[in-house]
Design a protein around this ligand. Structure first.
Ligand SMILES: Cc1cc2nc3c(=O)[nH]c(=O)nc-3n(C[C@H](O)[C@H](O)[C@H](O)COP(=O)(O)O)c2cc1C
Length: 308
């Protein structure tokens, strides 16, 4: 037997214990409910649901997806059912699951995040929040909240005060010094940090001589971003003393093990689920096999072992 369990929120009074380090990435696994017929999703460490806003959103104009070499460009624009429907329709289902569900929240003002956190506090079926700070801060002229340490810390402090749930803060790679942002977020009371969200990108339709995505720009994900994500996880894990959750291009168990050895306590599988919906389970089984083969009894023995 190997021990795969990890504590994601060691500084939180209740903690957030995961049976294993494999999570789904927000926006790539719906509300979890859509995948239950494909495999036993309750074997996973945690499910992170689609980014949720105060009001329902239709998202950006089509086209919203474009394949690139080794990656995917998306400009979904946070299409979601809104927090009220999530509480009414999804949370009661999650409450009957033993896999923890973490709700990813998104807003355009600090007040949006605070209201979301307040509404979700104490709702049965919700085990934690993941704060997406890749959203444009409309009060600061549209720059992402996560682009600078001050606005990232401001959101984190506000959410921390508004909820008793464990708070994960998800960083954007679209910043010049991700370790500084991570440190600011950790000091502001985050229980864990997840990274990375998508890298800003675009594609042009040469026949139409215009941008391919309806929104002009989008976010790049998939294997193409793995080395960037891994580097950033390595940087951040060296800067903070709270758990780091690695995400970005993880498709196989060996990808996941790279992130764990680089310092991630847990990992998220995102774009890989689009081509192989069982990818999170395959990754989990592969990690377990690796541990058995290498005689590793506890996943914690692997966290950060490759750090110099
Ligand atoms: C179609 C799509 C929708 C996404 N929606 C969200 C979202 O709502 N909230 C969020 O924080 N991240 C969102 N992401 C980012 C992913 O959760 C993840 O951070 C990113 O895709 C990198 O991981 P990957 O390369 O494994 O996909 C989305 C990504 C994709 C591809």
């Amino acid at each position: 037997m190997v021990n795969l369990s990890i504590q994601l929120a060691p500084k939180h009074p209740r903690g957030l214990l995961l049976a294993n380090p494999v999570m789904t990435a927000s926006g790539t696994f719906g509300y979890g409910t859509e995948y239950g017929h494909l495999f036993d999703i309750q074997k996973l460490g945690a499910i992170v649901c689609k980014g949720t806003t105060l009001e329902p959103r239709d998202g950006n104009p089509q086209p919203r997806l474009a394949e690139t070499a080794g990656g995917l460009l998306n400009s979904i624009g946070l299409e979601n059912i809104g927090v009220n429907a999530l509480i009414k329709e999804k949370a009661p289902i999650w409450a009957s699951w033993h896999v923890p569900v973490i709700v990813n929240i998104a807003g355009e003002t600090v007040g949006d995040y605070t209201r979301l956190a307040g509404q979700l506090d104490g709702v049965a079926g919700i085990s934690g929040l993941e704060v997406n700070i890749s959203c444009p801060n409309i009060k600061a002229g549209g720059a992402e909240f996560g682009a600078n340490p001050d606005s990232a810390a401001e959101v984190t402090t506000a959410v921390r005060k508004a909820t008793s749930l464990p708070v994960l803060v998800k960083l954007t790679p679209n910043t010049s010094d991700i370790a500084r942002v991570a440190l600011a977020v950790a000091e502001a009371g985050a229980d864990a940090i997840s990274l990375i969200n998508t890298l800003k990108g675009m594609a042009i339709d040469i026949a139409k001589r215009s941008p391919l995505l309806g929104n002009i720009t989008g976010g790049l994900s998939g294997p193409a971003i793995k080395p960037v994500a891994l580097y950033m996880v390595y940087e951040v894990a060296g800067a903070v003393d709270i758990p780091v959750i690695g995400c970005g291009g993880i498709t196989t168990a060996s990808d996941a093990l790279e992130f764990i050895m680089g310092g991630a306590s847990a990992i998220q599988v995102g774009t890989a689920s689009f081509s192989n919906p069982r990818a999170p389970l395959d990754v989990l089984e592969g990690i377990e096999q690796f541990m058995k083969k290498e005689g590793i009894k506890d996943i914690s023995e692997l966290v950060g072992v490759a750090r110099i």
